[in-house]
Design a protein around this ligand. Structure first.
Ligand SMILES: Cc1cc2nc3c(=O)[nH]c(=O)nc-3n(C[C@H](O)[C@H](O)[C@H](O)COP(=O)(O)OP(=O)(O)OC[C@H]3O[C@@H](n4cnc5c(N)ncnc54)[C@H](O)[C@@H]3O)c2cc1C
Length: 414
């Protein structure tokens, strides 16, 4: 049996690796010259620059297991402490309350004293303690689910910038089951999300006490990365696959067409070569996948194409320490939806992760997501300028960046 995998991003590489481990002859074809797809880390002048993703979520066990299996367990790094993040709202920075899980407080005092929410908004969140479960069958969107339980302020000022920012898509359009299934599970088990967050904190305290470690209830960061950047995972996967004699990788080799006849598929690739694999895995972006299956499976093509995708851009900016204000703190900030800024978030990458920039410099990663009007028409230079002006204006940085990089991802975030 031979399997053809089209697409050499993380999905295609992980598929080829799993097939190879099972002893199944496999050919992976990647249309471009490089492997990794959206994952790309560039090392330049001592900076480790992430063009696309910069971290993995540790609560998805498969990704973490793969990293460890490939021998990269020692390269896993967690955000530097203290993990201070700000929200830019109402024209100023407000501290992300201490002890927050993804969007729920596990400590009440910092939450109650936070200036991120008005007293009325905090009282509205308390209603969650009384509300019954959402009886809706099937999936719902994250935004409405959280709005019902905790009110609009939590969504607009915190959950929206945070979760919507990660996916580059408005939170009111994101699937709860796909994005944060743990919230649905919390509601199912505890009814109230606040009670669920407190129960989780109690459980962590109990585990810490029985293990004899300090009784911290701060949830661990859900994000981890690798010392050499996310590309390290791609490189390790490629090395592992290349060591398998029954798995081939061909780059600069596009899957050009598929003919689907019943359960058989014939493929055309690499400038006209043909084969009839036993199975084909399309690990290509959804819209291209739709085009590939159009002729043989028009219904599938239509439903794949109907998945909405958000566009996003990442701008990396480096500054030297003498350009920075003395009181620059934290790992970065998220921008509330109604702020008049082009960027939707900025991470102080070299403060968040160890080893991202040479001594005496700061690496900032700014995001420009969908919904920031007019950014599609900007040239790369204008995009960098817009990001720099927002970063400079909000953080109080002086002068021009010493290094810039920008990457655009049209229709990239399902
Ligand atoms: C800016 C940004 C930041 C992100 N940050 C994070 C993050 O921090 N953490 C996280 O977990 N996720 C993050 N994501 C999401 C994550 O990057 C993607 O989910 C993931 O990289 C998708 O991998 P993939 O292999 O499915 O697709 P891709 O990486 O898009 O790979 C698809 C591959 O298919 C190839 N291809 C296309 N057509 C053909 C063809 N006809 N024949 C052969 N090959 C073809 C392409 O060249 C490409 O290499 C981010 C995404 C973006 C855009």
């Amino acid at each position: 049996m031979t399997v053809l995998v089209a697409g050499g991003g993380i999905t295609g590489l992980a598929s080829a690796y799993a097939l190879g481990k099972a002893g199944i002859p496999t050919l992976l074809v990647e249309g471009s010259r490089r492997l990794g797809g959206k994952i790309r880390t560039e090392e330049v002048d001592g900076f480790v620059i992430e063009h696309g993703p910069d971290s993995f979520v540790s609560y998805r066990p498969a990704g973490m297991a793969l990293i460890r299996e490939l021998g990269l367990g020692d390269a896993i790094i967690r955000p530097e402490e203290p993990r201070i993040v700000f929200i830019r709202a109402g024209g100023r920075f407000r501290r992300f309350p201490d002890g927050m899980g993804l969007v729920l407080p596990t400590k009440f005092r910092p939450f109650l004293t936070s200036d991120l929410f008005s007293p009325l908004a905090k009282a509205r969140m308390g209603l969650d303690l009384l509300l019954p479960r959402d009886g809706t069958e099937g999936d719902v969107a994250v935004g409405p689910f959280l709005r019902r339980r905790l009110g609009n302020a939590l969504v607009d000022r915190l959950a929206g910038p945070l979760i919507g920012g990660v996916y580059g898509t408005p939170i009111d359009e994101l699937s709860l089951d796909a994005v944060v299934p743990q919230l649905r599970e919390s509601e199912r088990r505890h009814r109230s999300l606040l009670l669920a967050a407190l129960a989780d904190a109690r459980a962590r305290r109990h585990v810490a006490a029985t293990a004899g470690s300090p009784a911290s209830v701060a949830p661990p960061s859900p994000f981890v990365t690798l010392a050499g950047g996310t590309q390290q995972l791609v490189d390790a996967l490629v090395d592992a696959i290349r060591a398998m004699p029954h798995v081939g990788i061909r780059t600069d080799c596009l899957l050009e067409g598929l003919e689907i006849e019943g359960s058989r598929v014939r493929v055309r690739f690499c400038g006209g070569e043909r084969m009839a694999p036993e199975a084909t895995i399309l690990a290509t972006p959804a819209r291209l996948t739709g085009d590939l299956v159009e002729a043989g499976a028009p219904q599938a093509a239509a439903s794949i194409r109907s998945i909405p995708h958000g566009a996003t851009a990442v701008v990396n900016l480096a500054y030297s320490d003498d350009q920075l204000p003395a009181d620059l703190a934290g790992h970065g900030f998220l921008v509330a939806g109604d702020e008049p800024l082009t960027i939707s978030a900025a991470t102080l990458s070299s403060r968040k992760w160890a080893g991202r920039a040479p001594e005496g410099t700061l690496l900032v990663r700014a995001f420009i997501g969908d919904g920031r009007s007019g950014t599609h028409d900007l040239t790369d230079a204008q995009l960098v300028r817009a990001a720099h002006l927002d970063v400079k204006g909000t953080l109080g940085i002086r002068g021009e960046p010493i290094l810039t990089r920008s990457s655009r991802f049209p229709a990239a975030m399902p």
